[in-house]
Design a protein around this ligand. Structure first.
Ligand SMILES: C[S@@+](CC[C@H](N)C(=O)[O-])C[C@H]1O[C@@H](n2cnc3c(N)ncnc32)[C@H](O)[C@@H]1O
Length: 349
């Protein structure tokens, strides 16, 4: 994919950059990688060439991309991390990118208009939110066909279900608190769950603090939820770790969705500890993470430039166990319906 990336300086508060991910792994020269690397480059070249020929020959886009994504998943799974890291760069410079970049979802993710991966507008594209209808409508006919496939892969379906799960969890908190629930959304994005929950329009929430580092996203929430219990605020994981928001008090529900996928274990644990400080007795904390069972990982890392830290149920338990006193919390780990997202819930006794 050859689209030039903007040179926006990433907010130092944001933890979400693919460079940061890759910068954290050890770099080796291709000579050090030896046969593994040359064999894998050969395999990758074949995979990409077949996809390119598929597009050149007018094969159905869903067929071409499904095959490509499946093969990239296999190659990623069978490659040492240092080899895969190099393969990502090779794939991103292949001519097949000119087809794939016509997909509005892949293109938004790859070009990062907000300067970082996984911004709230990208999620709006896969949430099929009306605010991004124009971006989808402007796509070429091929781009639209590719989008019809990419937006419906299990990982995106799981993302849409996550939004419903958040809305349901907020409604449960409102019911349990007799309509006076206090909620804290960390890395709230555009807070799309607020648009589908029943408790906000029913005025059954006392306050819903929605923290995000991106001023544009905070602006969208401020505009869309004016006059409601939603209190958007600019804030960061760094600020949470430094206990800068202790003045917010405590909440019946604290949750983070679309954030843990970017956090290394050490930060994930520290953040969990800080988030539990905000949970009052009887209150709940929920966190979500894309699971290591997703199969679009290879495609996402190459043609969407969107690496995620994928976690298993055991990884979620590891974060919970390392973060909190298990005698003080009832904890659960569970999967969404297609197992592409794994959730952790903690209830303070
Ligand atoms: C993938 S979106 C998730 C949005 C929303 N929670 C959802 O599930 O739809 C990730 C959000 O995390 C925010 N974010 C990224 N790094 C952050 C940080 N260090 N502190 C606070 N927010 C951050 C981004 O601005 C973005 O809105």
């Amino acid at each position: 994919m050859s689209a030039a990336k903007p040179s926006i300086k990433i907010d130092e508060q944001s933890l979400i950059t693919s460079k940061l991910f890759r910068g954290s792994s050890e770099t080796s020269s291709t000579d050090d990688l030896g046969n593994d690397f040359s064999q894998s480059v050969g395999q990758l070249a074949l995979i990409l060439e077949v996809a390119k020929q598929g597009f050149d020959n007018g094969r159905p886009a869903a067929e071409v991309v499904a095959r490509l994504a499946g093969e990239l998943h296999q190659l990623r799974a069978s490659s040492p991390a240092a080899v895969w890291e190099r393969l990502v760069a090779v794939a991103q410079n292949h001519a097949v990118g000119k087809f794939l970049s016509q997909d509005p979802l892949s293109n938004w993710s790859f070009t990062k208009p907000r300067g970082y991966s996984g911004d709230a507008s990208l999620l709006d594209i896969y949430y099929k939110h009306p605010s991004m209808d124009d971006v989808v409508a402007e796509a070429t006919p091929l781009g639209r066909q590719i989008y019809d496939y990419t937006v419906n892969v299990p990982a995106c379906a799981a993302g849409r279900e996550r939004c419903e799960i958040l809305a349901r969890t907020v409604d449960e908190a409102a019911d349990a608190c007799d309509g006076a629930a206090e909620i804290f959304a960390v890395a709230a994005g555009h807070l799309r769950e607020a648009e589908i929950c029943r408790s906000l329009p029913a005025k059954a929430i006392r306050r819903w603090v929605a923290l995000d580092q991106d001023p544009v996203s905070v602006g969208v929430m401020t505009r869309d939820h004016a006059g409601t219990a939603v209190e958007p605020m600019i804030g960061s994981v760094m600020g949470l770790l430094k206990r800068s928001y202790a003045h917010l008090g405590t909440f019946d529900l604290v949750y983070a969705s679309g954030l843990y996928d970017y956090l290394q274990r050490k930060v994930a644990i520290k953040l969990m500890q800080r988030m539990t400080d905000f949970v009052r007795p009887g209150g709940r904390l929920l966190f979500a993470n894309f699971s290591d069972e997703i199969t679009s990982d290879g495609y996402m890392e190459t043609f969407m430039d969107w690496p995620l830290i994928l976690r298993s149920a055991d990884d979620m338990w590891d974060i919970i166990t390392a973060s909190v006193d298990r005698n003080a919390f009832d904890c659960e780990v569970w999967y969404g319906s297609n197992r592409n997202i794994v959730y952790g819930t903690l209830r303070r006794k």
